[in-house]
Design a protein around this ligand. Sequence first.
Ligand SMILES: [Ca+2]
Ligand SMILES: [Ca+2]
Ligand SMILES: [Ca+2]
Ligand SMILES: [Ca+2]
Length: 292
Amino acid sequence: GYTHQGWLDWNNGLFYVNDEGDERSGSVDSTTTYVFDVSDIYNPVLVSAFTNGVRSIDHNLVFRDGFVFEANYMSGLRIYDARLDPIAPVEVGYVDTYPAADANQFNGAWGVYAGLPSGTILVGDIDGGLFVIDPADAMTLPPDAFALAAPADAAFVLPAVDDLSWEPSYAAVSTALVVSADPTLANPVVDVGLEPADTSFPIADLGLATCATWYWGLTAHNLNGDTDSEIRSFSIGAVGDLVADGTVDAADLRRFKRLAQVGNLVADLDGNGVIDAADRAIVIGNQGVVCP
Ligand SMILES: [Ca+2]
Ligand SMILES: [Ca+2]
Ligand SMILES: [Ca+2]
Ligand SMILES: [Ca+2]
């Protein structure tokens, strides 16, 4: 290889490094940049390498505010989002300053500057000259696909303790959580905006009716479009279905007693702040109720 240049992410103790020899020598198939952990400066460790799958050479890079901006010769400016996983940045945009080709040769962009207060990116191109780029205009891809985590599809939940959870979506600038009684998420009863880094939401905070099945999904958004998750369902049993399985029975009464013994307010079924005979009466009164 030929180690050319790099930039520090001070917060994470990482050093992003361009090797401009690996693509030429054939030791890698596509543009590859390396990440070193330099939090112990006397013991740097190569922790990962990342690629965008394009066949060009990486030359100069700048790290700023969680993004890696690279001047990658024939493939131009490449922008990687390192905010969610600093050792596995994901390409979220580009401006190909050398449209004629993407080979591993020394034409195109070889300098990048990301230090302007405005956030404007400057790129020097051997053939095309100076490019002045608003990174928002370079974001060319919608957010990455992402999976829902929990609960499992069609599971029963206990709203007082269970959360909805999911993977983050790279390159999202906002995320919406939608809950509906309809399997297509039409007419949502919940449509709440979240931060892209949020990966869970308490079911209790959704204010959903009990004895019902609910459908949920998320949409990740950025300037280039929306990426929807799958749609899953979960069901909430009758009040007192403390072993969440859709039926209120003796097992729920046993669980109520255990929760009450330790003062766990999950057993405060009427929500008045104390666990007492009134709560126990709810579990007993609902014995045999099957929901939804
Ligand atoms: Ca390289
Ligand atoms: Ca190109
Ligand atoms: Ca039950
Ligand atoms: Ca109570």
